[in-house]
Design a protein. Structure first.
Length: 430
């Protein structure tokens, strides 16, 4: 059986649940372990897979307040917030993991739970594949790494720094690792040992080369497959949305962060629409009734981005990996208002591809109408707007030709096919 550990936000759950659905369609057993709140999403994408809930909430990781907002302004603060969150769910996660995994299963996990998965490799003889969705892998190629701002040009330091960043990513799940190893009566191992051991197993880079450029010094076990695009559902906008889309609006929305959108953020969106004269489409946060917030602002409860993005003039979003890939595929100009983690990297990559302006000093935890208006104008009427639109069409065509999901299923199936030759099983992925 394939056991997919999809801990995190929608951006972590959606691609792994999509993969689970494709694996079951190919005739394999699969189970998805994720936060309980994502049960409907996972079950819609993988109806034949088992869903195993983890009794924890994303609210605990992303709740807003003076202390949280201050911490979220730095990578170190974001690290501490995420580490605190994983510590709080260690017990319930371990219960779910050990109740699901059987000897010989293949565990497919994001970085957060790879240490816990390694414990199952040691104790239950499981296979392991780590899946990454962005430029987290250690490399000396600055444009392929999630934090290019820390490069100095001195190779020994840069090699150490990107490696240490990769180890820190693994260390975010220390509480999960320690709890699982304790339950399996395994000795303690530090995060550096866990990273080294996990890197000896397969790594899937589920990202387009457009978003994460190739690097020839990634870990030898790495295989890039591409974006795990969910199936495009049958979707028809309702009457109000269809009429609003005919006005060629700009979409301004923040994915999983929508639930933390404050009244001040909505006010900034309304003031931006008034100052630019451009209709804006956004997502309704909890407590906000979907509908017209102003003559030129419509809030909707949600929509599949694969269907919505190609129907708007441009998109402004938080820059999560999945959202950024959908922006690439849409063929529409785009800009990012990043909150943190991988989002600034995606912002810089989309800008470097010529799809839109740089976000400058605009950040998700301080949504300002003046800066947001600058982005809207730059995407629609600015001196580079036509160039952004043409480049977006070109990139969209390239992105839509990729089929990362099919390639990932093909690669993973080859690991367990009994007829596969031993040389094929032991070969280093390309």
């Amino acid at each position: 059986m394939f056991v997919l550990l999809a801990l995190g936000s929608r951006g972590d759950v959606q691609p792994l649940a999509t993969l689970a659905g494709a694996l079951t369609d190919a005739g394999h057993e699969a189970a998805v372990i994720a936060l309980a709140e994502y049960a409907p999403l996972a079950q819609s994408l993988a109806p034949q897979a088992d869903f195993v809930p983890v009794d924890a909430s994303l609210d605990d990781a992303l709740s807003r307040g003076p202390v949280q907002d201050l911490a979220a302004r730095s990578l170190g603060g974001q690290y501490l917030l995420l580490k605190k969150w994983t510590s709080g769910m260690a017990g319930t996660f371990t219960d779910a993991l050990l109740a699901t995994v059987r000897p010989g299963d293949t565990i497919v996990t994001g970085v957060l739970a790879r240490g816990a998965a390694m414990a199952c490799v040691a104790a239950r003889g499981c296979r392991l594949a780590t899946v990454v969705f962005t430029g987290q892998l250690p490399t000396l190629h600055r444009g392929s790494f999630i934090s290019p701002q820390y490069f100095t040009g001195w190779e020994p330091y840069d090699a150490w720094g990107t490696r240490f960043s990769w180890e820190l990513s693994t260390s975010l799940g220390n509480a999960l690792t320690n709890a699982t190893r304790h339950r399996l009566s395994l000795p303690h191992k530090g995060f550096r040992d866990i990273t080294r051991l996990a890197d000896e197993h397969r790594i899937i880079l589920a990202a387009s080369p457009l978003l994460v450029p190739p690097a020839d010094d990634w870990p030898a076990t790495t295989r890039r497959t591409g974006y795990l695009a969910p199936p495009s559902p049958q979707w028809t906008p309702d009457t109000d949305l269809a009429a609003f889309l005919r006005r060629d609006p700009v979409f301004v929305g923040f994915g999983s962060f929508t639930q933390f959108t404050a009244e001040a953020d909505l006010d900034a969106i309304i003031r931006t629409a008034r100052s630019t004269g451009r209709p804006l489409l956004t997502l309704a946060p909890p407590g906000t009734i979907p509908g017209h917030l102003d003559d030129d602002v419509l809030a909707i409860p949600g929509a599949p981005f694969s269907q919505l993005y190609p129907r708007v003039a441009a998109t402004i979003h938080h820059g999560g990996a999945g959202t950024s890939h959908e922006a690439l595929r849409s063929g529409r100009p785009t800009a990012v208002v990043p909150f943190g983690v991988d989002q600034p990297f995606h912002a810089s990559r989309l800008h470097a591809l010529g799809l839109g302006p740089t976000p400058g000093r605009l950040r998700r935890n301080h949504l300002d109408a003046v800066d947001l208006s600058r982005l809207v104008d730059a995407l629609t009427v600015g001196p580079q707007a036509n160039a952004h639109a043409e480049r977006a069409r070109e990139i969209g065509e390239l992105a839509r030709r990729e089929d990362g999901l099919a390639l990932t299923v093909e690669v993973m199936t080859s690991w367990i096919e009994p007829q596969a030759s031993s040389s094929r099983r032991s070969a280093t992925p390309g």
